[in-house]
Write a protein that binds this ligand. Structure first.
Ligand SMILES: *[C@@H]1O[C@H](CO)[C@@H](O)[C@H](O)[C@H]1NC(C)=O
Ligand SMILES: *[C@@H]1O[C@H](CO)[C@@H](O)[C@H](O)[C@H]1NC(C)=O
Ligand SMILES: *[C@@H]1O[C@H](CO)[C@@H](O)[C@H](O)[C@H]1NC(C)=O
Ligand SMILES: *[C@@H]1O[C@H](CO)[C@@H](O)[C@H](O)[C@H]1NC(C)=O
Length: 363
C-alpha cells in the first residue's frame, strides 16, 4: 500500500523549489531505521554541554582549512575530553591525562559512520552539523585511510588512533571525500565493518564544477601561481572538455554503481548538499533519523548570517561559521558554457537518480 502511494506521488509534478521527494526519502529512512534497530539496540544518553571553542563551519566550498576548527568541539564539553585531547593544556602530565581519559571511559574506536564524499559537496559542513549532536564524536581531519595504500597498510590500529576520543555511547564519524571515487575504498570499508553507515552528500554537478574550480583557483593564488581561466579549462575546440577533472568528478553514477556492488542501498543516506545550505535543519533531521539518533538538533542551532549569506551554527550561545575558504563566490561563466555543462550532466544525473532511487532538483 505504502509503495503504491509513493509510486503515485512520483507522477505528480512538484513545485521545483520544493525538494520533490520527501516521500521517497521517508521510505528510505524507515527501512534504514529498521536496519539500524537490529544492529544497535542501545539507547542514547542525552547530555547537555557547553562549548567555548571558536570553530568554523562554511556552507559552500568547504574543504580546506581544518586548523581553524579546533579539535572536536565537544572536547570542552564536560571539560574532560578537552583535557584528554588538548596538547597545550598544562594541567597534568601526559600520564595524568591519559589516566583521566581512561577513567572517564573516553576511548577511540573505529568509525560507526563515514562521510564518503563528494568533494566540494559540503562534507565539512555536514561533519560540523553532525557534531552538534551530543551522541556524535567527529574526527576533524580527513583520514584518507581507505583510499591511500600507504595509510591502509598501517592497519586498523593506526586508523583507530586517528579517531576522536568518544564516550562509549557516542558514534564516531570521519569524512574523507576521496573515498567516493576510490576503487578500493568500498571493499576495504566493508571488510572493516559491513554495517557501517555511509553518508554521501551531493550537490548540483554544475555548481560542484564551479566550486571545484574556485578552490583550485585560490590554492594556486596562494602558491603564487597564475590560475588558468575557467573557460580555457572547460572548453576544448569549442566543445566541453571532458578531460577536465572538475567535470569528470561531477559524474557521480560510475562511483555510486561501484559502491552499490559492495553495500546495500540501505547502508547509505544521501544528503542533498544544496538543501543543506538553504535549510540545514530539514536535512539534518533526516540524517538524525537515518542514524537513529535522538532528535536533538533544532532551529536554535542555526542562524543566518547576512554578511556571509549563509547559516552558521550555534550551540549553548556560542556561534561558529565555516572557514573563510567556504562559501566563496563562484566565477561568472558565459551562459552558453553553462548550458553545455547542464546538457552534458543530464544523462549522468539521470543514471545517478536511477541508482539511488530518488531525484534531485538539479539544473
Ligand atoms: C599528576 O597527578 C598527580 C596525582 O594526582 C599530582 O600530584 C601531580 O601533580 C600531577 N602532575 C602534574 C604535572 O600535574
Ligand atoms: C566506566 O566504565 C565502567 C565499566 O563499564 C563503569 O563501571 C564506570 O562507571 C564507567 N566510568 C564512568 C566515569 O562513567
Ligand atoms: C573520468 O576519468 C577517469 C580516469 O581518467 C576515466 O576512466 C573515466 O572514464 C572518466 N569519466 C568520464 C565520465 O569521463
Ligand atoms: C557574520 O559574518 C561576518 C563575516 O564573516 C562576521 O564578521 C560576523 O561576526 C558574523 N556575524 C554574526 C552575528 O555571526
Amino acid at each position: 500500500m505504502a509503495a503504491v502511494f509513493v509510486t503515485l506521488l512520483l507522477f505528480f509534478p512538484f513545485p521545483s523549489s520544493i525538494s520533490s521527494l520527501p516521500f521517497l526519502e521517508t521510505r528510505e529512512t524507515i527501512s534504514a531505521d529498521k536496519n539500524a534497530d537490529q544492529q544497535n539496540g542501545g539507547s542514547i544518553r542525552i547530555n547537555q554541554f557547553s562549548n567555548n571553542v571558536q570553530s568554523s563551519v562554511a556552507q559552500n566550498d568547504r574543504e580546506v582549512n581544518q586548523n581553524t576548527i579546533s579539535q572536536n568541539k565537544k572536547n570542552t564539553h564536560e571539560g574532560d575530553i578537552y583535557l584528554c585531547e588538548s596538547s597545550q593544556n598544562n594541567r597534568g602530565t601526559e600520564q595524568n591525562r591519559s589516566k583521566i581519559c581512561r577513567n572517564r571511559n573516553f576511548t577511540r574506536h573505529l568509525p560507526d559512520i563515514i562521510i564518503i564524499g563528494v568533494r566540494k559537496g559540503g562534507t565539512r559542513a555536514l561533519l560540523e552539523m553532525l557534531s552538534l549532536h551530543d551522541s556524535i564524536a567527529t574526527a576533524q581531519s580527513e583520514v584518507h585511510f581507505f583510499d591511500s595504500d600507504d595509510h591502509y597498510q598501517r592497519g586498523l590500529e593506526w586508523y583507530t588512533s586517528q579517531m576522536p576520543l568518544a564516550r562509549p555511547d557516542q558514534l564516531t564519524v570521519e569524512k574523507t571525500p576521496a573515498y567516493f571515487p576510490s576503487v578500493d575504498a568500498p571493499g576495504r570499508i566493508f571488510h572493516m565493518n559491513p554495517s557501517v553507515r555511509l553518508l554521501l552528500i551531493v550537490r548540483d554537478p554544475v555548481d560542484r564544477v564551479l566550486s571545484d574550480y574556485t578552490q583550485v583557483f585560490h590554492n594556486q593564488l596562494q602558491k603564487h601561481k597564475i590560475p588558468q581561466p575557467l573557460e580555457d579549462l572547460l572548453l576544448r575546440d569549442g566543445e566541453l572538455n571532458l578531460g577536465y577533472k572538475a567535470v569528470n568528478r561531477s559524474v557521480y553514477h560510475p562511483h555510486m554503481q561501484r559502491w552499490l556492488r559492495v553495500f546495500p542501498r540501505e547502508s547509505f543516506h544521501i544528503v542533498d548538499g544544496d538543501t543543506l545550505i538553504r535549510d540545514p535543519l530539514k536535512e539534518m533531521k533526516k540524517v538524525e533519523r537515518f542514524l537513529r539518533l535522538e532528535p536533538q538538533i533544532t532551529e536554535d542551532n542555526f542562524y543566518f548570517n547576512r554578511t556571509k549569506g549563509f547559516y552558521c551554527l550555534k550551540e549553548e550561545g556560542h556561534e561558529r561559521c565555516l572557514h573563510e575558504s567556504k562559501g566563496r563566490t563562484h566565477p561568472n561563466v558565459a551562459p552558453e558554457i553553462l548550458q553545455k555543462l547542464c546538457k552534458y550532466f543530464q544523462e549522468p544525473n539521470r543514471k545517478f537518480f536511477e541508482l539511488v532511487g530518488r531525484t534531485f532538483d538539479w539544473k
